[in-house]
Design a protein around this ligand. Structure first.
Ligand code: URP
Ligand code: ZN
Ligand code: ZN
Ligand code: ZN
Length: 510
């Protein structure tokens, strides 16, 4: 447990300290079962200066090395959360977790890297990037950025290139919802997809039909439904399915890979399944809330309780959760994010008389690893190595930072957790490390516990205590042209040659 000492950064006031015996630059993790996405083995892991330098049984070391006993426990890559919003200005307010409190929560839950969404400033990507760089100065773990595209002109197109070639951003998100603020048109989406393709950057979509959501909201208000349940009723799964299908087809037309964020419904998942089956490169990201919750909380008569579940796309009725789990276990969906985007009860109360004004977003950055383990591994739906793949490795591959991240291999960064499968976790709003005063997983218990978190070779979470230093975080640049782009040029060439027979006259001139 730690309190809000991140503000002003006092040290050692509540479990923080900048120096500790375990911050030695040499570390030996002994006797654990090392988990990678591709294999598991009993081995020691030796770390020097933040890098894994040996993974093998019975490593002998000198006395100046910090020892961690992992006998009977799993040693695996720290989680990578592909989808967070820290210090984000949204719906007239700002998320309560910033780059320090959100990351401290992440580390307590075994996540050592996250990728946050930069929102442009007045449409400028460069200004947005600079603003987020400033916000992230207080970071205490690894972080990278996606960039949202909210308008289109020559300058945005130019700035996309700057982001990719100079700033380490290799993904751009397009919001098909939030009419009047972040929403983009199909025309913009098409231009954005083309530009992403030429830069080797991954296009991401928030897939809901924003025009129809707007109509759905009016419909609810006209019926006098103003409470949090109106949020879910106004934007049903069919609108998520429609936008997912549309984005997938436009990406196919452009022939570029697509990443669908926060897949919340069977409708959207089935569109992704169909596209993947046809060979299209589409990645589907469920988030923890969609995997483990259902919409019942939105009907709670207590506004504070119901409002905490408001996020977009909405948490669906029971059945979608299980279907998303099954899709994750069979590879239809590939990795798990959180969409951590926290607002406290006071902020959520902006919408006390009108659900349209409730800031959208739920917590999850601290809970993701435990809940995915309990829901997917303990239930027998996936293996322990699959767990590593969907919480860490696949994210590193998609965003082109594997095997530096997402693996316990010689040469990888020492972002490691020690996980005790025989211990247990319990979630509560009073004990969590986020600054928000509610928790959508409040009261949940389960098997497994992140006992130690190591980031860049430093032990930052041990014995239920955080040892984090604001400013110690590291920005991770992500290069373009991930594996998802393999073969795109060949498919384009094939398409062109397929045109040569039917429209011969253009190809045989001169
Ligand atoms: O409700 C949500 N998801 N808030 C964060 C913004 C977004 O759409 O990802
Ligand atoms: Zn304290
Ligand atoms: Zn979204
Ligand atoms: Zn989001």
């Amino acid at each position: 447990q730690f309190c809000d000492a991140g503000v002003g950064y006092p040290e050692s006031t509540c479990g923080f300290s900048s120096s500790s015996s375990s911050s030695s630059s040499k570390l030996l993790i002994k006797g654990g079962t090392v988990l990678n996405a591709h294999q598991q083995e009993v081995a020691d892991v030796y770390v020097e200066d933040g890098i894994i330098v040996a993974v093998k049984p019975n490593i002998k070391v000198d006395e100046d090395v910090t020892l961690l006993d992992a006998t009977g426990k799993y040693v695996m890559p720290g989680g990578i959360d592909p989808h967070t919003h820290l210090a984000m200005e949204f719906m007239g307010t700002e998320t309560i977790d910033d780059f320090f409190s959100g990351q401290a929560a992440a580390l307590a839950g075994g996540t050592t890297m996250h990728i946050d969404f930069v929102i442009p400033v007045n449409g400028s990507l460069v200004a947005g990037f600079e603003a987020y760089k400033k916000k992230a100065k207080k970071s205490c773990m690894n972080y990278g950025f996606h960039m949202a595209i909210t308008k289109w002109d020559e300058s945005v197109s130019r700035e996309m290139e700057i982001m990719v070639k100079e700033k380490g951003i290799n993904s751009f998100k397009f919001f098909m919802a939030y009419k009047g603020s972040l929403m983009i048109s199909d025309e913009l989406l098409l231009q954005g997809l083309e530009r992403c393709k030429s830069l080797g950057a991954l296009a991401m979509v928030h897939a809901e039909n924003g025009d129809a959501v707007f109509e759905g909201q009016k419909r609810m208000i006209d019926l006098g439904i103003t409470g949090p349940e109106g949020h879910a009723l106004s934007r049903p799964p069919v609108l998520e399915g429609e936008a997912t299908a549309r984005a997938i087809r436009l990406a196919k037309f452009v022939n570029t890979p697509l990443y669908v964020v926060h897949v919340m419904s069977i409708d959207a998942m089935e569109e992704i399944a169909r596209a993947r089956k046809s060979g299209q490169k589409v990645i589907g990201e469920p988030v923890v809330s969609g995997l483990v919750l259902n919409d019942s909380g939105l009907w709670d008569p207590d506004f504070v309780t119901a409002a905490k579940y408001v996020m977009s796309p909405p948490i669906r009725e029971s059945g979608h959760d299980k279907a998303l789990q099954a899709a994750l276990s069979t590879g239809v969906l590939q990795l798990v994010g959180t969409d951590h985007c926290t607002f406290n009860s006071t902020q959520k109360a902006f919408g006390i008389d009108d659900f349209r004004k409730i800031p959208n977003g739920v917590n999850g950055i601290e809970e993701r690893m435990h809940l995915v383990w309990d829901t997917m591994v303990e239930s027998g739906q996936i293996s322990v190595t699959d767990f590593v793949r969907i919480t860490s490795t696949e994210c590193a591959r998609i965003f082109n930072i594997y095997p530096r991240k997402g693996a316990i291999l010689v040469g990888s960064d020492a972002d490691i957790i020690i996980f005790n499968p025989n211990s247990s976790f319990e979630i509560s709003a009073s004990m969590h490390h986020s600054r928000t005063d509610t928790n959508v997983y409040d009261g949940r218990k389960g098997k497994g516990k992140v006992e130690v978190t190591i980031v860049g070779g430093r032990v930052v979470w041990q014995d239920d205590e955080l040892k984090v230093v604001p400013g110690s975080g590291k920005y991770i640049e992500m290069p373009p042209f991930s594996y998802l782009f393999n073969g795109i040029d060949k498919a384009d060439a094939k398409y062109l040659s397929s045109l040569q027979a039917p429209v011969k006259r253009y190809f045989t001139a001169s």
